[in-house]
Structure formats: structure tokens, C-alpha cells
Write a protein that binds this ligand. Structure first.
Ligand code: M6R
Length: 613
């Protein structure tokens, strides 16, 4: 959570910081602030509760700040409610050091009490202010050694952090440090950046490096020096970002979410097509030897949120293709459940951001227990990608809307590729079946386009049901996995209470919540289970539910005999159904939220990337 950006160069920093924050706002949006060193006025800080626009209005309304080095922050509150005073940057008591932070300092209270005992006055409830005050404390003991003070602070604190630090005594320096929270450096001619991700710097430079845990960087306008925790210089590999800034803009759409839904056919093609050559899945970037696969005792899928829902679909797919046990677990549970992992276990880690702290921590735990880690990640160079034994990227491009859509679709696509590739090596899929799935895989983007072309129907259903207080999703097998995602999509952006149930499970309790007029979205694409799911549809209909059905084109008529409305998706191989069924679920959630006037791209209480536990 939280987005940080820092700039040092020869141009005015404030507008550059505000621009950078506008790209990072999806990471947190309950308050924002900037600090700039003005050679005449000293450290100038402007910060305010609310969206970035509130801050921009203050700056535009006369609070002009001059200076060529500064920090910016957009916050998702952890310690201390969203308020002006709790917003970042935080400044030391003497007003000479400013800090922005993404993460959590776990032992902040103990340090705060220690400093208070020394007479230091605190103004906020945040853990971050402790860092600014501790920096001043150490700096005063050994003046003129900002880096030394930073190192001492890093030794003293526990928790996760990405920091940006500036000091009125060292206005030619911008200091960065990271542990368990993402931080990149951006390189330009006569300027440098630090930022939570590349979107904040891409307008100015494509040349970046990724800080590793324990590293500290000192940036000036003309140089960057990175150190390890022992203060030994480190050479960083530079990377070129290869996407255009337009990829992180709305491009004429009202919301990023709408744009990203519409981008799914392209994202799917970019992810899949280069990896299919002459009818064969080719994963040059995967180093899984067949001997390993043969010996593999199980696949342990680790993920959070929508990525976990991809994992749910993946369980059905991979078990069918590989004939190996697949366990899916929420990353936040994995660490504390004493998982059974051996050196023959493959941990399949799924994450759009590659920075979700629960997923990262679970992945490290799986590694520690001996698992080999294969990750499916969207953000190139992210921590999970870098720490995995193998990574397969989803080429979805930057995903800005908090509610994931195209990342989900491309994660699924990579799951199919992994399944087919490994099944072929293991000999657990017949040639005919393999070819049938590959052929269908290549048709998925066109079929998604077909669903998108008919989005007017889904908008119509949303206009009927947008005021329902509670909506249920039911389905079996992979239909159930899609139901979980449909339900999450709906609740996260429309704030309607929603639950997803395995259709056969409903009668074991939840059916008591069904009353006349309750909306049940019934997913029944899986051919072999169609009749079974339909019997559950009949059960809820008999209790007065309205049923919005989703099934394949060939079964629309049959489903329409019981359901109130049916959304058809094109026929496809049953294994690939989630890729089609999820699209109407995304559109339904989007249009419901639109009708309800919700802030679709920035839903309340949420942030795109969850980098705190
Ligand atoms: O970046 P990740 O895929 O690791 O993120 C996991 C979840 O936080 C994420 O999928 C979240 O549930 C989305 N907001 C759902 O739309």
C-alpha cells in the first residue's frame, strides 16, 4: 500500500512529484503530500487528507513551493486514521528531515516511547514519524553523516519499508532504502528518481533498476550509489521499461477498469500466442526438468484475492491434466498452517503485482521448506518474480484499476500453458486432447471479443439488479471458481453484499438466505455438470429467487426455461470456460457499480497492491 516518489535534479520538483503521485494513486488514496527543499525557505511540506486532487488544489491555489529535490506520498492508512497530520511526508522535530514510507514499522511504539523519554514531541499517530524523529536523533549525535544515521535507524527498526528521505542539511541528496516493500530507481541525464513502481517515472525515463531488500541508495542529480546493508557499494543492473505511457492512461474510457476489461483479448493474445509454436506450447522461460515433474509430490498454489481465485480454477485444470494433487491456499493462511511441503513440492505462486506481502512471505516460507517456486507475475522485476526459481510473466501491461480483470485473465492463460506443457512432458494428456485444447486456446481472444461486443445486454441486467442488497453466485467445479471471482468483483467495487457457493453446498445452510426476489447468478457452463447445477437453480427458483444464468451458447435455451435471464458465452473446451465466463462477471460488476455511482477505480478502503500483512 502507499505510493512513494522522490525526485532530484535541476527542474522544479513539485510538479514532477504531483505528476508521479497521479500515477501512483491507485496504490492508496486516503491522503497525499509532498515535501520539497526550498533553498530559501527550507523544507516545505504540503499534505492533506483526501484524494490527490485536494493536494493539487492546495498547491495550485497558491502554496507554490520551489526546489529541485523532493518527496511525494499517496497513503493507504495503517497506523493512524486518514488525516492531514497523519499524511506523509513526516518531518523531524527540527523540521530538517522529511521521510515518506510504504510499509509498517512493527516496533514503532517502543522507539516512540524511547524518544519521548528523551523529550521528543510527536505530532502524529503514525509509525513513520518515529523514523523521521529517530533519524534526527542519530543525526544530531554525528552531524554531517546522513547515511550513517539512516543505517542506524535501519538497524533499530523492525518491519517492512520502502523509504524516501531528504534533509535540509544535505539538499544535494535523496536517500532510498527498502525491505519487503517495492522500490525502484529511475535514471536520467541530470536527474534521478525513486518510486514505488515504474508508472511514476516512465514519463521521464525508461531506465530503471530494482532495489533489493537491505539496500540503500544515495541519489544526486548526476549520480546514484547503491549500498548493501554493510554499506559496501553494489552495482545494479539497469533495465529498460518497454511499454508506453499510454498503457497507464485511460485512453478515452471513463474508468481504467472499463479499459482493462476491453484490453483482455489483446492481453490474452500477448500472453499466449508467442508461447504456442506449430501447435506446441513452448515455455523457453521455464526450467522444469521432466525428472522433477515425475517426482513432484504435489503442486501447492499460493495466492491472495483474485489471484487465489485463479488458483481455484487452476486446481481443477492442473489436477485433470497432470494427475497430481494440487492444493490451493490463501497466502495469508499458508505461513501459519504448518504446511506439508517437501523438496518435491512445486509452489505455484500467483500475483499480479508481485509485491503482495502475504504472498511474498508465503513464497519465502515455501522455499525455506524446500519447495521449488514457479510464479505467475505481471509486474516485471517485482520481488516475487525475482525471488522465484522460475517466473512466467503475464503480458497484460500495467493494470491500474484496483479490481483486477486483465491480470486475472492472463494468469488463467498461463495456468493453461503450464498445464499443457507439463502434461505433455509427463505424458498425462492424449495427443488429440492436447491439440483440441491448444486449438481452442487460440480462439479464446476472439470469443472474448464476442462477449464484449454484447456488453449492452449485461449493462441492461445491471440496470435491473443494481439495487439488490445481496447477490449470490453458484456453480460447480470451474464454474464455482468463476463464481468466487464474480462475487469478489461485485462486492469490491459496488459494495453489495455477495457470496459465492459451490452450488451443491447451498442447501447445507446458505439457502436459508434465499427469499423472494433474491438474485442468484448461476454459472452452468460445465457441460457434464449442467444438469446438476440446474437442479440447484430449480431449488432457488422454488424459493422465489431471481436467477441470472450463465452458460454456453448451446445450452442457453435449456437454461432459459428455468432462469429469468441467460447470458450466453461461446462454446469452448470445458477447461477454458473460466476465461469466457469471467468476462460477463466483470462487466456485470462494472455496470452495477456504475449505476450505483461508485468510485470504480478506487473503491473505498482498498488499494491495488497490499504490501502490509
Ligand atoms: O497483486 P496480487 O495479484 O498479489 O494481488 C492479490 C489481491 O490483492 C488482488 O487480486 C485483489 O483481490 C484484487 N483487488 C481483486 O480485484
Amino acid at each position: 500500500m502507499c505510493g512513494i516518489v522522490g525526485f532530484i535534479g535541476r527542474e522544479e520538483a513539485a510538479p514532477i512529484l504531483l505528476e508521479g503521485l497521479s500515477r501512483l494513486e491507485y496504490r492508496g488514496y486516503d491522503s497525499a503530500g509532498i515535501a520539497v527543499y526550498d533553498p530559501e525557505e527550507g523544507l516545505q511540506v504540503v499534505k492533506a487528507k483526501g484524494r490527490l486532487q485536494v493536494l493539487s488544489d492546495i498547491v495550485a491555489g497558491g502554496k507554490t513551493i520551489h526546489g529541485t529535490v523532493g518527496l511525494g506520498h499517496t497513503r493507504w492508512a495503517t497506523h493512524g486514521e486518514p488525516s492531514d497530520v497523519n499524511s506523509h511526508p513526516h518531518v523531524s522535530e527540527d523540521g530538517r528531515i522529511a521521510v515518506v514510507h510504504n510499509g509498517i514499522i512493527e516496533n514503532y511504539m517502543e522507539i516512540k516511547e524511547y524518544l519521548q523519554g528523551k523529550g521528543v514531541k510527536f505530532v502524529s499517530q503514525t509509525d513513520t514519524e518515529v523514523v523521521a524523529q529517530l533519524l534526527e536523533y542519530y543525526y544530531k549525535k554525528q552531524p554531517d553523516d546522513l547515511l550513517g544515521a539512516v543505517v542506524k535507524v535501519l538497524h533499530r527498526i523492525q518491519g517492512a519499508y520502502a523509504f524516501g528521505i531528504i534533509s535540509a542539511d544535505h539538499p544535494d541528496q535523496l536517500v532510498a532504502a527498502r525491505k519487503d516493500s517495492p522500490l525502484i530507481l529511475g535514471y536520467g541525464k541530470g536527474f534521478h528518481f525513486l518510486a514505488s513502481d515504474v508508472t511514476a517515472v516512465i514519463r521521464y525515463t525508461r531506465e530503471v533498476s530494482y532495489l533489493d531488500d537491505g539496500e540503500i541508495a544515495v541519489l544526486t542529480a548526476d549520480s546514484v550509489q547503491v549500498y548493501n546493508a554493510l554499506l559496501e557499494p553494489v552495482e545494479k543492473e539497469h533495465h529498460q521499461v518497454d511499454w508506453e505511457i499510454s498503457a497507464a492512461e485511460k485512453g478515452g474510457y471513463e474508468h481504467f477498469m472499463a479499459k482493462e476489461i476491453m484490453e483482455q483479448p489483446k492481453a490474452f493474445r500477448d500472453t499466449v500466442f508467442p508461447r504456442i509454436q506449430e501447435g506446441q506450447v513452448v515455455l523457453d522461460d521455464l526450467q522444469l526438468p521432466v525428472e522433477y515433474l515425475r517426482e513432484m509430490d504435489k503442486v501447492y498454489i499460493i495466492a491472495c484475492g483474485s489471484s487465489y481465485h485463479v488458483g481455484m480454477a487452476a486446481k481443477y485444470t492442473l489436477e485433470k491434466l497432470l494427475r497430481k494433487p494440487v492444493e490451493v491456499t490463501l497466502a495469508s493462511e499458508f505461513r501459519y498452517c504448518d504446511p506439508i511441503v517437501t523438496d518435491r513440492t512445486l509452489a505455484l505462486v500467483i500475483s499480479q503485482s508481485g509485491e503482495t506481502i502475504d504472498t511474498l512471505a508465503a513464497m519465502r516460507e515455501a522455499k525455506r521448506l524446500g519447495a521449488r517456486v514457479l510464479s505467475i507475475v505481471n509486474v516485471v522485476g517485482s520481488t516475487i518474480a525475482r525471488e522465484s526459481d522460475d517466473v512466467l510473466y503475464t503480458w497484460a501491461g500495467p493494470e491500474i484499476a484496483v479490481a483486477t480483470t486483465k491480470a486475472y485473465s492472463t494468469q488463467l492463460a498461463v495456468v493453461y500453458l503450464i498445464g499443457l506443457y507439463c502434461a505433455k512432458l509427463l505424458g498425462t494428456v492424449g495427443e488429440e486432447e492436447y491439440r483440441a485444447i491448444v486449438d481452442e486456446l487460440l480462439l479464446i481472444p476472439t470469443k472474448i471479443e464476442e462477449i464484449l461486443a454484447n456488453r449492452g445486454d449485461i449493462q441492461y441486467f445491471a440496470s435491473i439488479y443494481f439495487n439488490h442488497p445481496s447477490i449470490f453466485f453458484i456453480g460447480r467445479n470451474i464454474d464455482y471458481a468463476v463464481g468466487l471471482e464474480g462475487s469478489l468483483k461485485l462486492k469490491e467495487i459496488s459494495y453489495i453484499h455477495s457470496e459465492a457457493y459451490a452450488a451443491g453446498e447451498l442447501k447445507h445452510g446458505t439457502i436459508s438466505l434465499i427469499e423472494p426476489g433474491t438474485l442468484v447468478v448461476a454459472l452452468a457452463g460445465h457441460g457434464k455438470l449442467f444438469e446438476k447445477t440446474m437442479s440447484n437453480v430449480v431449488e432457488v427458483k422454488s424459493r422465489g429467487a431471481d436467477v441470472l444464468g450463465v452458460t454456453t451458447a448451446g445450452r442457453t435455451e435449456q437454461m432459459g426455461k428455468t432462469a429469468d435471464h441467460v447470458i450466453p458465452v461461446p462454446d469452448t473446451h470445458p477447461m477454458l470456460l473460466p476465461s469466457l465466463e469471467v468476462v460477463p462477471m466483470q462487466l456485470f460488476a462494472y455496470y452495477v457499480a456504475l449505476q450505483r455511482g461508485c468510485d470504480i477505480d478506487k473503491p473505498r478502503n482498498l488499494a491495488k497492491s497490499v504490501t502490509v500483512e
